[in-house]
Design a protein around this ligand. Structure first.
Ligand code: AMP
Length: 550
């Protein structure tokens, strides 16, 4: 490299946050903290405990749970190969043989994934190595050898030399994984967990839509009681035998199944009530709750077939996206916001008319339970969730001031997901709140104002006053006041100007007089009034003012 080029490279470069990511800083972060504090407090009152999850997981966890066909998994995940550390660094040409042997060994043990692609690449790499002659000292390197060397490295690059990892696009799958991994089915059921943190999706960034965004979510998981474990009287009708003894016979009582449905409905409603309680606490404006039931394994497939048949009849009138979805996921057509499709969608069959008896009973019970809790909802038969694992209850909450990305919360029931991830049959219901959007909505409606500034600015002058100022700052901070203590002395006029700029409520003035008299001057910056206090009186006065929220 020429000297000039090296210099050019060293030139300082300004960096910017990657597209779709952003920095959050004061004073806005204070609002984020307030929101998160409220979540901790409100969720705890409903008996939820916090779970902290890894930011990345095996890609397969998301592929299995969210579904390979979904946008999230098929195009939006940040995925990389976590190359096994047993492989060591990239080999030099001379060490290629040893490297291939290691790859083969790790492939056999499964540490390098045993996929068709890897198998093929490994074979090609081995055969190119066998043909490679470039190490022989007395033969000049030939074009053929160059080609073989190129092939060896190209096939090495094509191999997945470790497991595939993805940054989490959501957290439900992780919570279910953790439930199974830690045997939480042995804990008292249901297990109620909440989480908060960043999620990652490679979506097109716009207002309220980011590639790194934050969710606050909760899940309720409950191991299903197998019918064999039902209480005896629940398993069949109690009848008197010929000998006059009581025995059970016949099919399980319908009462048990309906009790389970009623219980699920109450859990669903309480989870929704919790989100609403959280939003109420934050004074979120324009909260609109939409609910729906999307059926279950019994009734949904039949409905989807019916929907598909009806959609095929009007295929020509639909946009390209919807046309594609007729095959891949017809429910998603109902999601469409395309103006030209709205009239057609209004005429399609509605799932509510095609629920099986159990789903219909459950849905009616959810609505009743919401009413008992005073939760206002709107039924929206077009509310289907994009993810494969939802069943029965789905819900979405929108709020004010968000434009087209106005959903702040989405959730639903997902019985069966834990089982799909290798756990026992388990029921599940949960939601995820988009924290970025929640904050945006609070700000847009004027509910996001947070107190900034300091309680006390200490204006001190002189060496003796400095020592007193340090002590005063320590005591005030201990009592929970935020204090700004300038590191060097300032003329009082300048100090008061600074205090004003920082939005301080009070200036504590400490000069020679104050120190020798033991009487400190407190100036209330809002009205300019001044009063003198002894040290203990000052603390008491400030604490009283704080209690009065002055
Ligand atoms: P989902 O996990 O897709 O059900 O989303 C739940 C909630 O997360 C949505 O209602 C949004 O509020 C929020 N959300 C989803 N994707 C994004 C994103 N890319 N940027 C910001 N918020 C998002």
């Amino acid at each position: 490299m020429s000297e000039g080029a090296a210099k050019k490279e060293e030139k300082p470069r300004k960096f910017q946050a990657v597209r779709g990511t952003r920095d959050l800083f004061p004073p806005e972060t204070e609002l984020w903290n307030r929101v998160e504090r409220a979540a901790h407090e409100v969720f705890a009152t409903f008996g939820f405990g916090e779970i902290r999850l890894p930011i990345f997981e095996p890609t397969e966890l998301f592929a299995r749970s969210i579904g390979e066909e979904t946008d999230v998994v098929s195009k939006e995940m940040y995925t990389f190969v976590d190359r096994t550390e047993k492989l060591g660094p990239e080999p030099k040409i001379g060490a290629f043989g040893i490297f291939i042997e290691k790859v083969r060994e790790l492939y056999r043990s499964g540490e390098i994934p045993q996929t068709g692609g890897n198998q093929l690449a490994l074979e090609h790499m081995e055969s190119a190595w066998k043909k490679f002659n470039g190490l022989s000292p007395d033969v000049a390197i030939s074009l053929e050898d160059l080609d073989n060397a190129y092939q060896m490295t190209a096939y090495m690059d094509a191999m997945r030399l470790g497991i595939e990892i993805s940054l989490r696009p959501e957290a439900t799958a992780s919570v279910c994984r953790a439930y199974v991994e830690h045997g939480m089915q042995a804990l008292p059921q249901p297990v109620k967990l909440y989480y908060m943190g960043p999620m990652f999706r490679r979506e097109r960034p716009q207002k309220g839509r980011y590639r790194q965004f934050y969710q606050i979510g909760a899940e309720v998981l409950e191991k299903e009681v197998a019918s064999g474990e039902w209480p005896l009287e629940a398993r069949g009708k109690r009848v008197a035998s010929k000998e006059g003894k009581e025995v059970t016979s016949g099919p399980p009582q319908a009462g048990v199944a309906s009790k389970e449905l009623a219980k699920d409905a109450a859990v669903d409603a309480e989870v929704i009530e919790m989100v609403i309680a959280f939003f109420d606490r934050l004074e979120l404006q324009g909260v609109q709750l939409d609910i729906n039931s999307i059926g279950d394994r019994n009734c949904r497939p039949k409905y989807i077939e019916l929907l598909r048949a009806e959609l095929l009849k009007v295929k020509d009138k639909l946009g390209l996206d919807s046309q594609r979805r007729i095959e891949t996921n017809p429910l998603r057509v109902l999601d469409s916001k395309l103006e030209s499709e709205q009239g057609i969608i209004a005429t399609l069959p509605r799932i509510g008319d095609h629920l099986c008896e159990e789903c219909a009973t459950h849905y009616a019970a959810v609505k009743h339970q919401l009413e008992m809790r005073g939760v206002i909802y709107r039924e929206n038969w077009r509310l289907v969730r994009g993810l494969d694992y939802y069943m029965r209850t789905t819900f979405e909450i929108t709020a004010k001031g968000l434009g087209s990305q106005n959903a702040v919360c989405g959730g639903g029931r997902y019985d069966g997901l834990v089982e799909l991830l290798g756990g026992p049959p388990t029921k599940g219901i949960g939601f995820a709140i988009g924290e970025d959007r929640l904050i945006l909505s609070l700000q847009e409606s004027g509910k996001g104002v947070v107190a900034t500034g300091r309680d006390v600015y200490i204006a001190w002058m002189g060496e003796r006053a400095h020592a007193t100022a340090i002590r005063a700052a320590k005591d005030l901070r201990k009592a929970g006041f935020s204090v700004e203590l300038p590191p060097v002395e300032q003329k009082f006029g300048k100090a008061l100007g600074q205090a004003d700029k920082l939005g301080a409520k009070y200036a504590l003035i400490l000069g020679d007089n104050e120190v020798s008299e033991g009487l400190w001057t407190l100036k209330t910056l809002a009205d300019g009034s001044q009063a003198k206090y002894t040290e203990p009186d000052l603390l008491e006065h400030l604490s009283k003012q704080r209690a009065l929220k002055l």
